[in-house]
Design a binder for this molecule. Structure first.
Ligand code: FAD
Length: 409
């Protein structure tokens, strides 16, 4: 049985950062990074952006060049999936039933795309956008595809719609709720992005429920809607969220529900087992201490650092301010803070200029900003989100006053 002082399960953003951080901090023990994909760690955000557009080859989205891992003495165990964890014996079991022992285990397994469950959803031509394989399959089929139906108006669905439109495809986007980005942003931002997509030719339909998928010879040919409408499709892309990959850890006794529960140092309830990234449920100070999962590169990297620091004997609790970005057309959205629970929004600038910010306040405090082509607000607003300052609202709304010059209320 092989043994590693630190075994990292999941070779995505969080897993890669954990391995990098261990060596950066001078960890001298053995480190293995085990993942079920065939590729060394790569960046996921470009999958719905530059990689899908064909603007960046795969080699350019690798988190580190191939040689890096060997040079840092990090063993890559790729194409292997952990199916069982024995927290007492401190072993994991992989697909071929071989066991690997660990001193410390870092669980960094991300999530699996939620799939359609309606009739016909097993047809070919229906894709998620989570892994390189997914996007390669989409790109292989695209040449013979004219009409794409995207199901889900979250960031991934919208980004895919933007790229496909740019590639000359006709795109219909279906969203069940009454606006896109409803779970993550305020109405001003949703309406702005809806208008942008419509202006770029996307047939965007909100309050639209999917009934089933129609297929011919096993391949999807249309999406039937609950109201009886039929939308023809040569390809269907589904972006309706992820389910955290926590099965083996929960089966081993780790506490969790929507994700594995971790404390401020990313420890799970199992001894010597940490969890980081999309799969980890934590109490977040920027969400008033609510237990949440964050799905962002920032969180994956920051939690990986916190877990490694703890392994190295440095107790530094996770308190990073959440941030996120999304690229659609020529629009760069940068988000800082968490808008959950906001009771007021302030619009800075005019959306018609395609450069503006939406500020989210709760009991007068600035808790988050969505900045569209507005880097300055993003950079300057960050400090206020961290300090929780009560600011002069008239000045906040005046885009001619730089945020850093806004006075206190
Ligand atoms: P992942 O990067 O998903 O890595 C987990 C790895 O573990 C995967 O390789 C998975 O296959 C593997 N795995 C799972 N179970 C097992 C198992 N049992 N055994 C072995 N291996 C296993 N975030 C942003 O901040 N900005 C963006 O613009 C942005 N865009 C995105 C666009 C797309 C298309 C996607 C999919 C995500 C995007 N994200 C973005 C989110 C960001 O990529 C994720 O938050 C980040 O990848 C999380 O890192 P992670 O390491 O937790 O999970």
């Amino acid at each position: 049985m092989s043994f590693y002082d630190v075994l990292i399960v999941g070779a995505g953003h969080a897993g890669a950062q954990a391995a990098i951080q261990l060596r950066q901090m001078g960890f001298a023990g053995s480190v293995a990074l085990l993942g079920d994909e065939q590729e060394p760690p790569y960046e996921r955000p470009p999958l719905s952006k530059e990689y899908l557009a064909g603007d960046k080859p795969f080699e350019r989205i690798l988190i580190r060049p191939h040689a890096f891992w060997g040079e840092r003495d990090v063993t890559l165990l790729l194409g292997q999936r952990v199916k069982r964890v024995d927290a007492e014996a401190k072993t994991v079991t992989v697909g071929d039933d071989s066991e690997i022992g660990y001193g410390k285990l870092i669980w960094a397994t991300g999530g699996t795309p939620r799939l359609l469950t309606c009739a016909g959803s097993d047809a070919s031509g229906i894709h998620s956008v989570r892994r390189r394989d997914d996007v390669d399959a989409i790109m292989t089929e695209l040449a013979s595809v004219n009409h794409v139906v995207v199901i889900g108006g979250g960031y991934i669905g919208l980004e895919a719609a933007a790229v496909l439109t740019k590639l000359g495809k006709s795109v219909t986007l279906l969203e069940a709720l009454d606006r896109v980005l409803a779970r993550v942003a305020g109405e001003e931002l949703s309406r702005f992005y809806e208008a942008e997509h419509i202006a770029h030719g996307v047939d965007l339909r909100t309050k639209t429920m999917v009934d089933c998928i129609e297929s011919t010879d096993g391949r999807a040919t249309a999406v039937l809607l609950a109201d009886g409408t039929r939308v023809a499709a040569d390809m269907v892309i589904v972006g309706i969220g992820i389910i955290p990959e926590t099965g083996p850890l929960i089966a081993a006794g780790a506490s969790g529900g929507n994700g594995v529960d971790i404390d401020a140092f990313c420890r799970t309830s199992l001894p010597d087992v940490y969890a980081v990234g999309d799969c980890a449920s934590h109490a977040n100070g920027f969400a008033s201490g609510a237990q949440i999962r964050l799905e962002s590169v920032q969180n994956a990297n920051d939690q990986a650092k916190v877990a490694v620091q703890h392994i190295m004997g440095q107790e530094s609790a996770y308190d990073a301010v959440p941030w996120f970005w999304s690229n659609q057309y020529d629009l760069r959205l940068q988000t800082v803070g968490l808008s959950t629970g906001y009771d007021q929004t302030i619009l800075r600038g005019d959306p018609a200029t395609r450069s503006f910010s939406v500020l989210y306040l709760k009991a007068g405090k600035l808790i988050a900003l969505d900045c569209v082509n507005m880097v300055k607000d993003y950079v300057q607003g960050r400090a206020y989100v961290i300090s929780g300052a009560l600011l002069d609202q008239a000045q906040l709304a005046d885009a001619s006053i730089p945020l850093k010059e806004v006075g206190l209320a």
